[in-house]
Each structure stands twice: as C-alpha cells, then as structure tokens.
Design a protein around this ligand. Structure first.
Ligand code: NDP
Ligand code: MG
Length: 390
C-alpha cells in the first residue's frame, strides 16, 4: 500500500491521479492533498478519500473548507509551511507534484529532501531550478519519475537499467508536440484569438495555463528545458517534431538507426499510473490504442516564425543561470494577462522575449538566486504589459 501526497489535487492532473487511486484502493491511499482556492472541489475529495491532512493556499480557504467538512477527522491547514510539511509525513511514500507553475517549486523540493518518490508533473519547478533540483535528487537518491507525457515516454524508451548506456547509444531525443489549436493558423488569425479558443486543446484536457502554453508552444519550450535537465542533454540533442494526433508521446533515436517510442491514447492517466506503479503496471480504464481507427500519423517541423517561444526556450537554456527562471516567470505573468484580456495572444511571446532580453541574468548558486530572478522578471513583465496598455 503506497501513501500518496497529492499536491494540486483539485487540478486536471490531480483529478486523474485521484481516478487511479480510486481504481486501485488496494494499492494506493490518499494521505494528504493540497489546493489553492478550490474549496468545493476539495470538500468532495475530502469526503470521498478521507485524507489525514489538507493544505489550502489561504486561511480563508482553509476556514471555509473546515466548515464544509465539519464532521470529518481530517486536519485542515494552510500556507507554505504546512505545504512543505505534508510531503514529509512518514505515511507518505509518493509525492505527486501537480501544482501549477513556480508555486510548485518549494513543496516539490521538500518532497525530494524528505526522500519520497517524486512524480513530477510540475515542469516549471524543474525548468526554473534545473541544476539545484537535479543535485537535490542525486543527493537524496530519490526516484524521480516524469509524469509529463513526453518525458514519461522518453523515460520508457531509454535503456534505464543499464547505467550510462543511454549516453553513448542515444543519437537524439525526439520530442513530439501536438502543435495546439493554432497549428495551421496564420499570424493574422492568431492575433485576435480569445482565451477560450486558446484553451481548447485538440487532444488533451488540461488546466488553463498549460493549455495556453500548448497553444503558444511555450509548453514545448518548457518541455525542451525539462528534457535537458532530466536526461542530461542539451537542446542540440533534442528534435521537436509536430505530431498532431498525439499518439506517439515522444521517441528516442539510437545510433544504430533504431527509434523507440511510447504510444497510447492521449490520457494523462497512463503516465500517472506508470509513475505510481513503476517498475510495474496497472489497469487505467484508458481504452487501448486502436491503430486501424487512428489509421494515419502525421509529422511536421515546428514553425519558429509563428511560434517564437520554442526558440526562446532553447536560447534561455544556452544563456544558462537564471535565464530559464526569468523566461518562465515572464510567461506566467504574460499568460495570466492574456487570460484577463489585458494582452493579445501574440504578445505572450513578445513579453517573454523582452523580459529575457532586458533581465539581468546571473548564475544560480542557491535557491534564493532563483527566487530573486523570478520576482525581478515578474516585475519586468508586468511593466512591459502595463506600457502596452497605455
Ligand atoms: P490545473 O490548473 O488544472 O491545477 C493546478 C493545481 O494547482 C490546482 O489544484 C490548484 O489549486 C493548484 N494551485 C494553483 N496555483 C497554486 C498556488 N499558487 N499555490 C498552491 N497551489 C496552487 O493544472 P494542471 O493539473 O493542468 O497542471 C498542473 C501541473 O502539471 C502544471 O505544472 C502543468 O504544467 C503540469 N502538467 C499538466 C498536464 C495536464 O495534462 N494537465 C500534462 C503535463 C504536465 P486551485 O484549484 O485551488 O486553484
Ligand atoms: Mg507534455
């Protein structure tokens, strides 16, 4: 029986994780869960799964939840300290890191330090703190299992059981991308899209922020950086290929000409269950792949003119230091501004570029360097957006 601490329980990954827990009550138990503001959703989770501890983002949310669940024996808490404490409980074996954005960094690191198996959905934490994050993983000797479907596919396609073997045998990693809802749209057409259109992903059902990132290809940019940290490669070793059907979730190309991929219907329950049960597998209720029904798979190169975020991410990797945290922070602010109709869709990449060009990029020696870079970049992005509004 594995005890699960589910960070970001009320989100899209959170829901899929709960589905796996509910499907396998003999294997998994929800020990603790967190959310920011979604009190009603959390009350339902509390009633159904009866976790020991729940942490909300504010005292108000905590109090509202405690009132809704007055009969329950769960302990209701709030704030950063509580969040970092639930991951370390003795009953917790696995931490699902599924908070959205940079806010997920500290609790995820706390899970690593506590020696728990880390199921990493929250790519922003690895993108922003890269080397520090991977150093902590190595020091604590924890299992880090990528939940992002592409990285999960790469993980499954690499020769993990032969230490170091992938280094010499792998020619390149092929990172697939659906291309998002605007894959075939012109720049003129993309100029006036609404948040609702951008959130309407053709294949995946996801949270708002990652849906916008998928539409702008920033998600693939973040994933490029994520792959570099996870698999110890550089953007030169990774080829991004647009694959609109999202059936092949990524591939590894070997020096003998073999290409190994992981395929399946686009449903996050597959990589989530893989992470939770590795090195075994369990049923997920996801229909098995019907290849004759899929019939055709398509591939094309990404268009960096229409989707400059992908190039910005590669640039940030080569700039090194705090550049990746800066790009991520700019993007989080720009996406929030787009969702609030303060900027247009194409301005997301413009804000990202401006902030990356103007910010002071420093080396990362400690976690504070990442937090300072994040705060400064948020300020710059906000200024950049306010200037455009005048
Ligand atoms: P959602 O927006 O659906 O859910 C986000 C979760 O994080 C919610 O529980 C939310 O709580 C919580 N949260 C948001 N902001 C904060 C904050 N400041 N402090 C604490 N908790 C917070 O996101 P997704 O589930 O789509 O994505 C989660 C992570 O997984 C992201 O990093 C994303 O990139 C990654 N990922 C997601 C995939 C997907 O298919 N959805 C695929 C691959 C990666 P509340 O509900 O109260 O706001
Ligand atoms: Mg992904």
């Amino acid at each position: 029986m594995q005890g699960i601490c589910l960070l970001g329980a009320t989100g899209s990954i959170g829901q899929s994780t709960l589905d796996i827990i509910a499907q396998h009550p003999d294997k998994f138990r929800l020990v603790s869960a967190s959310a920011n503001v979604s009190v009603d959703k959390m009350a339902q989770i509390c009633r159904r799964f009866k976790p020991q501890r729940i942490v909300m983002g504010s005292q108000q949310a905590r109090d509202e939840l405690a009132t809704l669940c007055a009969e329950s024996s769960t302990s209701f808490e709030w704030g950063d300290e509580a969040l970092q404490s639930i991951v370390a409980d003795a009953q917790v074996d696995q931490v699902m890191a599924a908070i959205m954005g940079f806010a997920g960094l500290k609790p995820t690191l706390a899970g690593i330090r506590a020696g728990k198996r880390i199921l990493l959905a929250n790519k922003e934490s690895l993108v922003t703190a890269g080397k520090l994050f991977m150093d902590e993983v190595a020091q604590s000797q924890v299992m880090l299992l990528p939940i992002d479907s592409e990285h999960n596919a790469i993980y499954q396609s690499l020769p993990q059981h032969k230490a170091g073997a992938h280094k010499q045998d792998v020619d390149k990693i092929i990172l697939t991308a659906s291309g998002g809802p605007f894959r075939t749209w012109s720049l003129d057409e993309m100029a006036n899209v609404t948040p609702a259109q951008a959130c309407k992903h053709p294949n995946w059902s996801m949270g708002q922020k990652i849906s916008i990132d998928s539409a702008s290809l920033m998600n693939k940019g973040l994933e490029l950086i994520e792959a570099c940290w996870l698999f110890d490669v550089t953007p030169d070793d990774v080829e991004v290929v647009i694959h609109p059907e999202s059936i092949i979730h990524s591939m590894v190309s070997y020096r003998d000409g073999s290409v190994i991929s992981q395929m399946g219907n686009p449903d996050m329950k597959i990589p989530i269950a893989y992470g939770m049960t590795w090195p075994n597998r369990v049923e997920t209720n996801v229909p098995s792949l019907n290849l004759t029904q899929v019939a055709k798979l398509h591939f094309e190169a990404p268009d960096l003119q229409r989707f400059p975020n992908l190039q910005l991410a590669a640039d940030a990797w080569f700039m090194g230091g705090t550049a990746m945290a800066i790009l991520n922070a700019a993007n989080e602010v720009a996406v929030a501004a787009f969702l609030q109709h303060r900027i247009g869709f194409l301005q997301i990449a413009e804000v990202n570029r401006t902030v990356l060009e103007q910010a002071d990029i420093r080396s990362v020696n400690q976690l504070d360097d990442v937090f300072e870079a994040d705060a400064a970049a948020r300020l710059l992005a906000e200024q950049c957006i306010s200037c455009g509004e005048k």
